[in-house]
Ligand binder design. Structure first.
Ligand code: ADP
Ligand code: MG
Length: 369
C-alpha cells in the first residue's frame, strides 16, 4: 500500500549531512495500523509531512500502491490528517470544520453537511455540531479533528501525536476509540508518537526511529522481546531494561559475562559463536525477568537493597552490589507481599535466562538476533 524507499530529508539552511530523515525504508500494508515511535527530533513529523505531501523528500521515493507520489499535491493524495495542535478553524462551527475537506472538493453544502453529520455520529459528537471549537473540551476538539480527517473517507489516515494534549484517563479512552474506528473503517493509519505505551498498545507494527533512521520495524511483542540493538532495548520498557557493562569471556569451557558486580555463566543453549569472546558487551535484563531467590540457589547473585519504591501494583527494588556500589545497579519488580527493605542483603537470579547481550564493538547490536 505505502512504500518509502531510501527517503532522505534535509531542511534548507541546515549544514549538509545534517539529515532530519536519513535513508528511511518502510512498507505499510493496506488497512494496517503503524506507529512511528522515537525520541523528540528523530524525524517522525518530517516523515508524516512527506507522506501528506506537505514536505518534499530531498531524495528517495514514496509510492502509494504502484504510483510514485513524490510530486502529487496534498489534496490529490486521499489522506486525512490530524495535527498535534488539532488545527481546527476557530471561526467555523464543528459542522463546518468537519465538512471543510468536502467543501474543498466542491461537494455541495447540504450533502457535505449530511456527511459531516454521519461522521460526527461515529465519533459521538453529533450533539456538538453547532458549537465553535472554543466551546469544546480538549477531548471533544480531538474528536472533531478526527472527524474532519475522516469525513472524506480517506484511504490513509495520518495522526501526529493526536493524544498528547489529553489527560491520562482520557488518553486511554481515546486510544481505544481510535483503534475501534480504524478497524471499522479499515483505513490504513500511521500514528506518530513519542509515547511507547501508546504505540505498543494501538499498533499492528511499530517502527522505532532514532536520528532519522529506522532501528527496528516489527510487531510490539517482537520489539519488546527481541530488540535488534541496544537503542531499541533501552528505549522500550517501563521501568527500563537493566544494563550492566561487562566482557564476554571463556572460563574452563564456559562462556561467562564478567562485570564489576557479578559473573554470569551463559546457559549451554545460549552459548555464542567463539568469535565474540573477549568483546565488551552490555548485559541487559528487564526488571520483571529477575527474581529474589535463596542464597542456596545455584544461580544466586548476592546483592544489597539500596531503595524500595512502591508502585501500587508491586514494588520496584533497586539493588546494588555489596562491594562495588556504583558500578552495578539493577532494578527488579516484585509483588507487595515480598518483604524487602533498604540495606537488606538479598539474592537475585535471572529468570528463564531471559537476558540480552549487546555488542559494544558493533553499535550495540543484539548478539542473539
Ligand atoms: P520529531 O517529530 O520526531 O520530534 P521532527 O521531524 O519534527 O522530529 O524533526 C526532525 C529534525 O529536523 C529535528 O532535528 C528538527 O530540529 C529538524 N527540523 C524539523 N522541522 C524543521 C524545519 N522546518 N527547519 C529546519 N529543521 C527542522
Ligand atoms: Mg513531531
Amino acid at each position: 500500500m505505502i512504500t518509502l524507499k531510501r527517503i532522505v530529508k534535509e531542511y534548507d539552511g541546515k549544514q549538509a549531512g545534517n539529515k532530519a530523515v536519513d535513508g528511511l525504508d518502510l512498507e505499510i500494508n493496506k488497512g494496517e495500523f503503524v506507529a512511528l515511535l522515537g525520541p523528540s527530533g528523530c524525524g517522525k513529523t518530517t516523515t508524516l509531512m512527506m507522506l501528506a505531501g506537505l514536505l518534499k523528500p530531498t531524495s528517495g521515493e514514496i509510492y502509494f500502491s504502484d504510483k510514485l507520489m513524490n510530486h502529487v499535491e496534498p489534496k490529490d493524495r486521499n489522506i486525512g490528517m490530524v495535527f498535534q495542535s488539532y488545527a481546527l478553524y476557530p471561526h467555523l462551527t464543528v459542522r463546518e470544520n468537519i465538512a471543510f475537506p468536502l467543501r474543498e472538493r466542491k461537494i455541495p453544502k447540504l450533502e457535505a453537511y449530511e456527511r459531516a453529520k454521519e461522521t460526527s455520529k461515529i465519533l459521538q459528537i453529533d450533539h456538538l455540531l453547532d458549537r465553535k471549537p472554543a466551546q469544546l473540551s480538549g477531548g471533544q476538539q480531538q474528536r472533531v479533528a478526527m472527524a474532519r480527517a475522516l469525513s472524506k473517507n480517506p484511504e490513509i489516515l495520518l495522526l501526529d501525536e493526536p493524544m498528547s494534549n489529553l489527560d491520562a484517563r482520557l488518553k486511554l479512552d481515546v486510544r481505544d476509540e481510535i483503534r475501534k474506528i480504524q478497524r471499522k473503517l479499515g483505513v490504513t493509519t500511521i500514528i506518530v508518537t513519542h509515547d511507547q505505551e501508546e504505540a505498543l498498545a494501538i499498533s499492528d507494527r511499530v517502527a522505532i526511529l532514532n536520528g532519522g533512521r529506522i532501528q527496528q520495524y516489527a510487531p510490539p511483542n517482537e520489539l519488546f522481546n527481541h530488540p535488534t540493538n541496544l537503542f531499541v532495548a533501552s528505549f522500550l520498557g517501563n521501568p527500563p531494561m537493566n544494563l550492566v557493562t561487562g566482557t564476554l569471556e571463556e572460563k574452563s569451557g564456559n562462556q561467562v559475562v564478567v562485570t564489576n558486580g557479578f559473573e554470569y555463566t551463559l546457559p549451554e543453549e545460549r552459548k555464542l559463536n567463539k568469535l565474540h569472546i573477549g568483546k565488551p558487551v552490555q548485559f541487559g535484563i528487564r526488571p520483571h525477568d529477575i527474581a529474589i531467590c535463596e542464597a542456596s540457589d545455584k544461580q544466586a547473585i548476592r546483592m544489597k537493597v539500596d531503595l524500595v519504591e512502591h508502585l501500587g501494583s508491586g514494588k520496584l527494588v533497586k539493588v546494588i552490589d555489596p562491594q562495588n556500589k556504583l558500578e552495578t545497579m539493577i532494578r527488579l519488580l516484585t509483588d507487595n507481599e515480598n518483604e524487602v527493605s533498604s540495606r537488606d542483603n538479598l539474592h537475585i537470579k535471572f529468570k528463564d535466562a531471559k537476558f540480552h547481550l549487546f555488542d559494544m564493538t558493533d553499535n550495540g547490536r543484539n548478539l542473539y538476533q
